[in-house]
Write a protein that binds this ligand. Structure first.
Ligand code: T1G
Length: 694
């Protein structure tokens, strides 16, 4: 099928590109564009050209899949140069999301019109890249250095109304269809003999001395560890000092450096991984979904209120149930607080808040949830209590209501067994804070029906979360892997690495927060309570002795002003506490653990490889169908750096053979109990395989 078509109407050529699903600028589209422009240019009866895309959007960018293969001509900068040098004016007709190379194509055109709900932007930084087809040179010429940098460093799109106000878009098309509007505009250009207008001919507004260094300081924290932001800044600096073609050549060099980087490979991996997770082996994508308009949330505590807010923000009706009225009041207040916070940040307006709160019902009566489409249970993490709740729900809710539990570790099948509708029971494991964390582990029970799984995936998308289907085992995938990571961070403490060293090394490596700071944030008493509940934990005191001593000393973490760290009033900045360090040294002696100097590399390997080997076991057991799913879970739920692609991608990047050698070394040093080598790791190492090829 020809992806680029040309038609002639009056004195115009209409070039229409149709390359579903998002009109990515693949090689065939680039070649087709050049041919079509040559053809239009060669026609004496053509005075102007309109460039439009079929389907849901104008070009959404280069074809990211092509970046892992050798580039093929015509390269995008050449296509854009051909567009811009054209003598007959070219009008870009924009709808949907003109992103990356798509936005660059539009900027190479001489004029731009757009539907008012369209967006333009440069998300390349989220892929570890930069606008590599002269975007860093053209955008500053249109909107100035600072706003252009904000767009390219944040990767966030600009809506068409703002773009029009900034002069990026010449006209918004509101009262007619896009193509008609573009044709009308093109006729005006011809009638006024406006001819081609080239962005490259503009000059960049001068900027205050010292601006770029101040800008670097401003973005330092947010772009920690990333390489493309600095290169973007240097491209924009060049847009001021250098002639266009020279600066564009410099941009191309920087773009290719980014594209070849392991960071960009990791970020491109995660981009596709977050989309492939919705394809669940054995569950047909066409599986009919059940309609979800009205949701009940059982339990108005921290998680329940966060879940309820997520559902309200997605436009759903919510009935929040709690067995205590005071609990309901606290829950409602928490939800109102979330709304007020988002209004104060201008993420939503007052009407959203009023409308959302109007869709919230609170109740203590199970009969009030009889007709809901979905129930999400978020009561105390205790099996007996959950079984009781599910028995009640099963007796009250209409046939077809999906019963979901937010449990983070308990057995879904045992909870389902408390009902007569096991096929309607599923796990929806939200991550705290539930209204912020993007990850949603969707836990399928032995009997969970396909349409229930499909409904859960659709709900995740509606809640703007990433839903990942996982099997039913202790800790499912994320928390099961967290176990080894937490164990090693505890053992390292006793072996001589202070908490601030462990956290500092892992944060420098890219983790959003060090494991000990996370413990203080979550509350050390949470794990302590679980340990009192659980009788099947390994009886290895090294694992939890320090945590128990801290909790028994009333040091729960941030909530009590001290945990493993000290916290000044009103501050969340962790302060190392020599008292705790002395307690750890004492405890190590009591446990017979020898203290020693421990280097950064060992800290990283022991914590991160503990994730990798548990991930390998999870793949062996089929608890997760793909290594990409594990990567999505850890980058979206646990602060694993996206620019390292997730634990399994990271293992592939290091080389499975190398990981295998180090795990064998740890097994020999620390014992088989925790460092048993997974069969899958051994197999991949011996045949030179990769987790991503499973
Ligand atoms: N290349 C290849 N495939 C893409 C793609 C792209 N740019 N964008 C989307 N897809 C696939 C995606 O994998 C999925 O496939 C399907 O399209 C629908 O996507 C030189 C260097 C446009 C906002 O970063 O942000 O241009 O799973 O599920 O939710 O300077 O896709 O169906 O098989 O996300 O409606 C810059 C990336 C590239 C935009 C639509 N552009 N895409 O969201 O659908 S680099 C981007 C998106 C570049 C130049 C630089 C979103 C979307 P499948 P989807 P959606």
């Amino acid at each position: 099928m020809n992806k680029v078509n040309i038609a002639f109407c009056d004195d115009l050529a209409i070039i229409t590109v149709d390359n579903p699903p998002v009109n990515a600028l693949s090689q065939s589209v680039r070649a087709g564009l050049v041919d079509a422009i040559e053809k239009a240019d060669g026609r004496r009866d053509v005075n102007a050209i309109v460039l439009v895309c079929a389907g849901r959007t104008f070009f959404a960018g280069s074809d990211i899949r092509e970046f892992s293969k050798p580039p093929q001509a015509p390269y995008l900068p050449m296509v854009i140069e051909r567009i811009e040098e054209n003598e007959k004016p070219i009008v870009a007709a924009i709808h949907g999301t003109a992103l990356g190379g798509g936005f660059e194509i539009a900027l190479g055109c001489h004029y731009r019109v757009a539907l008012s709900d369209a967006q333009v932007g440069f998300p390349e930084v989220t892929l570890g890249l930069l606008p590599g087809a002269t975007g860093t040179q053209r955008l500053p010429r249109l909107i100035g250095v600072e706003h252009a940098l904000d767009i390219m460093i944040s990767g966030k799109p600009m809506d068409a109304v703002t773009a029009e106000a900034e002069g990026v878009i010449d006209q918004l098309i509101e009262d007619e269809n896009l193509l008609d509007g573009a044709i009308t505009f093109a006729h005006k250009v011809v009638a006024k003999s406006l001819g081609p207008r080239r962005v490259r001919d503009l000059t960049v507004e001068p900027i205050a001395f010292g601006f770029f260094d101040n800008y670097r300081k401003k973005i330092k924290r947010k772009t920690r560890g990333l390489i493309s932001p600095e290169k973007i800044i240097r491209c924009v600096e060049a847009s001021i000092g250098m002639p266009f073609d020279e600066a564009a050549a410099q941009e191309r060099i920087f773009f290719n450096e980014c594209k070849a980087s392991s960071q960009s490979k990791a970020l491109r991996h995660i981009f596709f991984a977050e989309r492939v997770v919705a394809k669940v082996p054995g569950v047909s994508v066409e599986a009919s979904q059940r309609e979800v308009n009205r949701v009940a949330v059982i339990g108005a505590g921290t998680m329940g209120a966060g879940i309820a807010y997520s559902c309200l923000a997605a436009g759903l009706e919510v009935a929040m149930l709690d067995n205590e009225n005071s609990g309901l009041e606290r829950g409602r207040d928490a939800i109102a607080g979330f709304y007020e916070h988002d209004v104060s940040r201008s993420r939503i307006d007052d009407s959203n808040m009023v409308n959302g709160l109007a869709r919230l019902e609170t109740t203590q009566d199970y009969d009030a949830v009889a007709d809901v489409d979905l129930v999400i249970e978020a009561v105390f993490e205790n099996m007996a209590i959950k079984e009781e709740v599910f028995r009640k729900l099963d007796s009250v809710c209409r046939p077809g209501t999906i019963l979901a539990t937010n449990t983070s570790t308990l057995d879904i099948d045992r909870i389902a067994a408390a009902t007569e509708r096991r096929e309607d029971v599923i796990g929806l494991h939200f991550f705290s804070p539930a209204h912020i964390m993007r990850l949603l582990e969707i836990v399928r029970g032995a009997k969970t029906a396909d349409d229930v799984i499909a409904t859960a995936l659709a709900l995740a998308k509606k809640l703007q979360k990433v839903g990942v289907v996982v099997g039913n085992c202790f800790g499912f995938v994320g928390n099961r892997m967290l176990y080894g990571y937490g164990r090693e961070s505890q053992f390292l403490l006793l072996e001589g690495a202070p908490a601030e060293q462990i956290d500092g090394v892992l944060q420098e490596w890219g983790m959003a927060m060090g494991p000990h700071a996370v413990g203080d944030l979550a509350g050390l008493d949470v794990g302590y309570k679980v340990r009192q509940e659980r009788t099947d934990l390994p009886d290895d005191p090294r694992f939890y002795r320090v945590g128990d001593l801290l909790v028994e000393a009333g040091r729960f973490g941030q909530k009590t002003g001290k945990g493993i760290y000290l916290y000044e009033r009103g501050s969340r900045a962790p302060i190392p506490d020599s008292e705790v360090q002395a307690m750890i040294v004492r405890e190590a002696k009591l446990l017979g653990v020898e203290q020693r100097e421990i280097g950064a590399e060992e800290i990283i390997q022991r914590c991160i490889y503990a994730l990798i080997i548990e991930g390998a076991r999870i793949l062996e057991e089929g608890v997760s169908p793909r290594s990409a799913d594990i990567d999505v879970i850890w980058t979206n739920g646990y602060g694993f750096p996206r620019h390292r692609g997730g634990p399994m991608h990271y293992a592939d990047e290091i080389g499975v053979q190398r990981v295998y050698e180090i795990v064998c070394e740890f097994r020999d040093r620390f014992g088989e109990v925790y460092w048993e080598v997974p069969k899958l790791l051994e197999e991949l190492a011996s045949n030179g395989g990769k987790f991503s090829e499973l």
